[in-house]
Write a protein that binds this ligand. Structure first.
Ligand SMILES: Nc1ncnc2c1ncn2[C@@H]1O[C@H](COP(=O)(O)OP(=O)(O)OP(=O)(O)O)[C@@H](O)[C@H]1O
Ligand SMILES: [Mg+2]
Length: 333
């Protein structure tokens, strides 16, 4: 079973309107309400891959109840620690005439220290029976920036591989705890490196590799035994350009056949699910990266975040090109 931590889940509410009037009354012709957030996207993809999932998170208020009810359809088990605050909503207005979508992402409820302690007790019990842990998404107000670092340490003590997908201070502090794998996108890696990794506006491959290598080396000093190999591998996602992985086992680039049209939001979550699936199944890095890149592209081709068409995945996985090589003995290439 894979534990997916979702500390700031959301109830995604989408109003579909013909043409939004920003100073008048709007009457949506359709309203969709769905349990959402990055953890939910990862969980849905893992379920589609046949993995048992336990979602561990925080939920409160009416939105929290609706979220818990919405989880039933995902096929994932859930242990949501109850909080006094109201689970956040992401509110979307989809304007058909303009072909535009406006997102309003609430920050999330304020979580008390006692509530977060209750969550960590639930989490520690959950990891004792798990095969891997995924830590993903933003932290709600009140949860300390080093929360992921603490959760990585608990999982490491239980001997579990951990994947971290975060940004800002939770990424920096979490990386220092030495997770098995970190999955930043380009903007998140730039923020962690403290410098731009583009030349003339285009991603600079050499600079990205160096920043990923630095992050891997800094994280590796904490040292957590993981699979495959040990230490921290950094897998940078580069949109349609695929995945660049650097770690103690070597360096690889997995390139999808080309850009797909659809909804790229959540493509990174599909990558995280593919990597977690591969850690648990013991795939080697080239196979893991091929699988993850194909899942990301299939997710980008699907209209709804957290979903993909299996036929897209089957077609893409044969077309992803993986280049690179294992490390020379003695460390990262
Ligand atoms: N337009 C696209 N065409 C083809 N493949 C794509 C496209 N966008 C994303 N992908 C695939 O999905 C992977 C992850 O995408 P991306 O780098 O956009 O993740 P992300 O920014 O973390 O996304 P999110 O956080 O919204 O889930 C890429 O490495 C690639 O394999
Ligand atoms: Mg992402």
């Amino acid at each position: 079973m894979i534990v997916v931590v979702t500390l700031n889940p959301a109830l995604d509410v989408t109003h579909f309107v013909d043409r939004a009037d920003w100073s008048g009354v709007n009457r949506p012709h359709e309203v969709q309400v769905r349990a959402g957030g990055k953890g939910l996207n990862v969980a849905r993809t893992l379920r589609a891959l046949g993995q048992p999932v336990l979602l561990a998170g925080l939920a409160g208020g009416c939105a929290g109840q609706a979220l818990a009810a919405g989880l039933a359809g995902t096929g994932a088990d859930a242990q949501l620690t109850s909080i006094a605050g109201e689970t956040r909503r992401t509110f979307v207005v989809a304007d058909r005439a303009r072909g535009q979508t406006a997102l309003f992402n609430e920050p999330g409820p304020c979580v008390s220290p006692a509530e977060y302690r209750d969550f960590t007790a639930v989490y520690a019990r959950a990891v004792s029976g798990a095969a891997a842990v995924v830590l993903t998404g933003s932290l709600p107000p009140g949860v300390p920036d080093d929360a992921y670092a603490g959760l990585i340490t608990i999982a490491a003590e239980a001997g579990l591989p951990v994947i971290l997908d975060a940004s800002g201070p939770p990424l920096r502090l979490g990386a220092a705890a030495g997770p098995t794998l970190i999955k930043p996108n380009l903007a998140e890696l730039e923020a962690a490196a403290g410098r731009e990794l583009r030349a003339g506006g285009e991603p600079d491959r050499a600079a990205i590799e160096q920043a990923a290598r630095d992050l891997s080396a800094a994280a590796g000093q904490a040292g957590q035994a993981g699979r495959p190999g040990s230490g921290t591998t950094v897998v940078v996602s580069l949109g349609a350009a695929g995945l660049l992985a650097v770690g103690p086992d070597g360096g690889w680039h997995a390139r999808p056949p080309g850009p797909v049209a659809g909804n790229p939001t959540g493509a990174g979550d599909a990558v995280v699910a593919g990597l977690a699936d591969s850690l648990v199944r013991g795939r080697d890095w080239p196979a893991a990266l091929r699988h993850a890149a194909a899942l990301g592209s299939a997710a980008a081709a699907a209209p709804v975040a957290g979903e993909f068409a299996p036929a897209d995945y089957e077609r893409l996985v044969t077309m992803v090109e993986v280049a690179g090589s294992p490390a020379r003995p003695g460390g990262v290439r």
